[in-house]
Ligand binder design. Structure first.
Ligand SMILES: [Zn+2]
Length: 296
């Protein structure tokens, strides 16, 4: 076998494309791989060893060229799909343009497909009614099975302040556009959760005169218990026999919080109204024999 004679052009090609794999170089120059390897040794060129390091070297050159043209975040993604799968990164970025849409793009490590192409394909697919239905069922199932995941997602979504404001605004906009739905939803919620309804209503009343505090879950639970007690008494009596009363009336500087709330009889509440309770009810004939019958 006669040795191949290398032209300077071929040598230049080898020097320029030292990051290509032996296979593709051999294909380009129409020689076998061993000849390529031997020629590189003869030219005294240090090449990265192994398939992975060759590819990484090749991609890093392409990626460097893309600087300022692509989002900076892309440089954090691994260049190889194998690497991305190993580290459980969702995307990888080789730096090469997509052959289909001819745009610089990152790729999904799960499918190896271009993000732009895959996303548009998914969007199209999700418009189909049968897919829509199955997606809806799947979401419902996940919501039921993994409520903590949903909670986590929601927290993540609302963690960023700017994003939170955007979401709140869009929700407000949506409510403005669908007043009927909103009304029905509120009504149904109130019927299903009478305790919540009363809690929200009272809190709103207090907020109007700046007598509210921001309640935590524990405090809400305590207020709801009071409301429940009141409702049980009313149900037992068959009439409105009990009220929830502020120990120090809101108009006298009391706050709407569990420590300032009590369940008392309607009669007693109407007797005191918004007066400060300085005497027991019913008012005793003699002041020094107090008689307190506010409970049942
Ligand atoms: Zn594409």
């Amino acid at each position: 076998m006669s040795r191949k004679k290398w032209t300077t052009e071929e040598d230049d090609f080898l020097r320029k494309n030292f990051v290509l794999s032996n296979g593709s170089l051999a294909k380009n120059l129409k020689v076998d791989r061993r000849a390529i390897r031997r020629r590189y040794a003869a030219l005294n060129i240090d090449r990265p060893f192994g398939r992975d390091s060759l590819e990484i070297a090749r991609f890093s050159i392409i990626r460097e060229k893309c600087k300022d043209l692509v989002p900076e975040k892309w440089f954090q993604y691994p260049a190889l799909r194998r690497e991305a799968l190993k580290n459980e990164v969702v995307y990888y970025w080789t730096g090469e343009d997509c052959k289909k849409c001819r745009k610089p793009t990152i790729r999904y490590s799960a499918s190896g497909k271009c993000k732009v192409c895959q996303d548009s394909q998914n969007k199209e697919r999700n418009q189909r009614p049968e897919v829509k239905e199955s997606n809806r069922l799947y979401a419902k199932k996940i919501r039921k099975e993994k409520p903590e995941l949903l909670k986590k997602q929601r927290l993540q979504r609302y963690a960023n302040d700017d994003k939170r404001q955007l979401l709140l605004n869009s929700a407000r906009e949506w409510r403005r556009r669908n007043p009927e739905y909103f009304k029905n939803h509120n009504r149904n919620y109130a019927i299903k959760n009478p305790l919540d309804r009363k809690l929200i209503k009272d809190n709103r009343r207090a907020r109007k005169i700046n007598a509210n505090v921001i309640l935590n879950e524990e405090e809400k639970k305590r207020i709801k218990k009071l409301i429940k007690d009141m409702k049980t008494i009313n149900k037992k009596e068959g009439r409105i026999a009990a009220h929830i009363d502020h120990l120090l009336p809101l108009s006298k500087g009391g706050l709407h919080e569990p420590s300032n709330l009590q369940v008392i009889s309607t009669k007693a509440n109407l007797f005191w109204k918004d007066k400060i309770k300085c005497c027991p009810y019913p008012k005793p004939k003699k002041w020094n024999e107090p008689k307190c019958e506010i409970f049942f």
